[in-house]
Design a protein around this ligand. Sequence first.
Ligand code: SF4
Length: 238
Amino acid sequence: MSDPREAVADVLRGLAETLRHHRDLGVSEIALTHDPFPDPADALRAQEQALQGCPRCKLSRSRSTVVFGSGNPRARLMVNGEGPGEEEDKQGKPFVGRAGQLLTRMLASVGFDRERDCYIANVVKCRPERNRNPEPDEVAACNPFLMAQIDTIQPPVILALGNFAVQTLLGTKEGISKLRGRTYMYRTGVLVPTFHPAFLLRNPGQEFKRMAWDDLKLARREYERLTSTTTPHPDPLP
Ligand code: SF4
């Protein structure tokens, strides 16, 4: 982007969207006295707090815990899954069961440390009973929260896991096998679709593993390409 006015306009557009999401989430106060750009860790904390006890959809009846998200608020890679499972619902963290352990290894295989380099969240924050797919009204109710997370973190690269997350984020009904293998422009960066680790556990064949490995390498290349030209969130003042 060569025109600095365009860069400033982009930042302001992002800020306006984040503030709109905060308003929709019921966050009534953001300290603007010193820094007009809220620290992403503070912004995510405020969003998480605003979600406690959320009654906005019927998944509130099947959950024990709202699983907001976890990881580095300044991450340049965001990982998006479908929704919490049984273990995640118990612990209040995304991807902590068997699929989560595989995800950690998948990320590490291309040099990403899960805690240091990534922020992980799901399309819906509450566990659907018997791990059924979330329904359209539930996704619609929860969508502003995921969008607020994305607009706060502004990740150059999003790794979207599985049919459900990819279809929801890209607004398509096309299956993951057709969608994977390439990147898509998405908000402030690119989206890389790949298989959900739970699917890979159910289908341990080499073919899916190889495709997932290709997708992860693609995500890594995009990460290198985009983080060498984008300014990371500045560290907060001491
Ligand atoms: S899934 Fe999202 S919208 Fe529904 S109750 Fe949980 S936090 Fe609220």
